[in-house]
Design a protein around this ligand. Structure first.
Ligand code: PEP
Ligand code: MN
Length: 337
C-alpha cells in the first residue's frame, strides 16, 4: 500500500502517519520526492483501512500495490535511486564504469589492469576472488588473498572494488574489504544469502539469474531490501536461450523494463552475455544508448593466458577505445561520465 501525502503536508503530519503505520504493526518507508512525500506501507496491510487513511486532510490518496515486490517498486519511490559506492554514484545521470579481470590472478596483473582501466575512464575495479566455476577442476579463485590484492590495487588507484560473494561465512570479510558486493547469477535465488545481505552495510550488485524472469529477479532484490539493505543495483548479464553460438543472450529489454518496474539502477555486463570479446563493444554501446546506468566489462592485460574468461575479455587499449565512444553516446542520452 502506498500513501501519497499532500504537497502541503507538514513534517509533523508525515511523522504522525509513520507512527500510526508502525502502531498497526506494519513498516513505513518514507520517500521524499521534490514535490510529494510517499509513504510505503509494507507488512500485513490488512490492518490499515485505506478509507480511514484517505479521509485525513494531509493525505492525497491511498494506492494498492498489486505487484509482489513493494520496496523495489517504482510506485514506492518514483524517482531513480542513486546508490553510493564508496563515493561513486550509481543511477540517475551517472554512468558506472566497472572494469577488471574475471579473476584476480596476481598483484601485478590486477594493478596493471586497474591503472589502465582508470586511465581509460573506469570508476570501479572488478575482480573475482571466489569464482563460481561450472567445473570443480577449474581455477576456483584466490580467495581471501585475492581480496587483499584488490585492496592493494584500490590503495594505488583509488578505484572502489567490486567482487563476488558466494558464501555467507565471508560476509564480514567482504564488508571490510569490498565496496560493492556482487551476487552472481547462480546465487540470485539463494534466499538465505539474500536475507543476510539485508543486514550488510555495503551496496549489493545483484546479477540476473541464468533463467530468471524480471519478476523473479526483482523479488530477489526485494529480499535484500525487505531485510534492511535498500542499496541494490541490478545487473543484466545475459540469459539462457536456445542459441548456443553466444554464451548467453543479452536481454537489452531489461533496461527499460527494470526502469519502468523499479527505481533501482541497472547496469549491463556484456562480457558474460556474449562470451566473445568482439561482441562486447557493440552490446555495450547499445546498452548505453538504451539508457543503462553502467557497464561492467571484463578487461585483461593478457586474455590469451587468463585463468578465466579470456575469450570475452577486452585488452586495455580496446577498453579505452570503447569508453571514449561510449562517452559520446552517454551524452546523447543525458548521462555523464
Ligand atoms: C562474473 O562476473 O565473474 C560472473 C561469474 O558472472 P555471472 O554470475 O554473471 O556468471
Ligand atoms: Mn567472468
Amino acid at each position: 500500500m502506498i500513501i501519497v501525502m499532500k504537497k502541503e503536508a507538514t513534517e509533523l503530519e508525515i511523522k504522525q502517519m509513520e507512527q500510526t503505520i508502525i502502531d498497526l504493526g506494519c513498516n513505513a518507508h518514507i520517500s521524499k520526492g521534490e514535490i510529494v512525500t510517499i509513504i510505503g506501507v509494507v507488512g500485513d496491510t490488512t490492518k490499515v483501512d485505506p478509507k480511514q487513511v484517505e479521509v485525513l486532510h494531509s493525505v492525497d490518496k491511498v494506492m494498492h500495490v498489486s505487484e509482489p515486490y513493494k520496496l523495489a517498486n517504482r510506485a514506492m519511490h518514483p524517482e531513480n535511486s542513486i546508490i553510493d559506492v564508496a563515493g561513486v554514484k550509481v543511477g540517475g545521470e551517472n554512468l558506472a564504469l566497472i572494469a577488471g579481470p574475471c579473476s584476480v590472478e596476481s598483484v601485478e596483473q590486477v594493478v596493471e589492469i586497474a591503472k589502465a582501466a582508470k586511465a581509460a575512464g573506469a570508476n570501479m575495479l572488478r575482480g573475482g576472488a571466489f569464482k563460481p566455476r561450472t567445473s570443480p577442476y577449474a581455477f576456483q579463485g584466490m580467495g581471501s588473498n585475492g581480496l587483499d590484492i584488490l585492496v592493494e590495487a584500490k590503495k594505488i588507484t583509488g578505484l572502489p572494488i567490486v567482487s563476488e560473494l558466494m558464501d555467507a561465512s565471508y560476509i564480514e570479510e567482504f564488508e571490510e574489504k569490498v565496496d560493492l558486493i556482487q551476487i552472481g547469477a547462480r546465487n540470485m535465488q539463494n534466499f538465505d544469502l539474500l536475507k543476510k545481505l539485508g543486514k550488510v552495510k555495503k551496496p549489493i550488485l545483484l546479477k540476473r539469474g541464468l533463467c530468471a524472469t524480471f519478476e523473479e529477479w526483482i523479488m530477489s532484490a526485494e529480499y535484500i531490501m525487505a531485510h534492511g539493505n535498500p542499496n541494490v543495483i541490478l545487473c543484466e548479464r545475459g540469459i539462457r536461450t536456445f542459441e548456443s553460438y553466444t554464451r548467453n543472450t543479452l536481454d537489452l529489454q531489461a533496461i527499460p523494463v527494470v526502469q519502468k518496474l523499479t527505481h533501482l539502477p541497472i547496469i549491463i555486463d556484456p562480457s558474460h552475455a556474449g562470451g566473445k570479446w568482439w561482441l562486447v563493444e557493440p552490446m555495450a554501446k547499445a546498452a548505453v544508448a538504451a539508457g543503462c546506468d553502467g557497464l561492467m566489462v571484463e578487461v585483461h592485460n593478457n586474455p590469451e593466458c587468463a585463468m578465466c574468461d579470456g575469450p570475452q575479455s577486452l585488452k586495455p587499449e580496446k577498453y579505452a577505445k570503447l569508453i571514449k565512444e561510449v562517452g559520446a553516446i552517454a551524452k546523447v542520452v543525458g548521462k555523464q561520465i
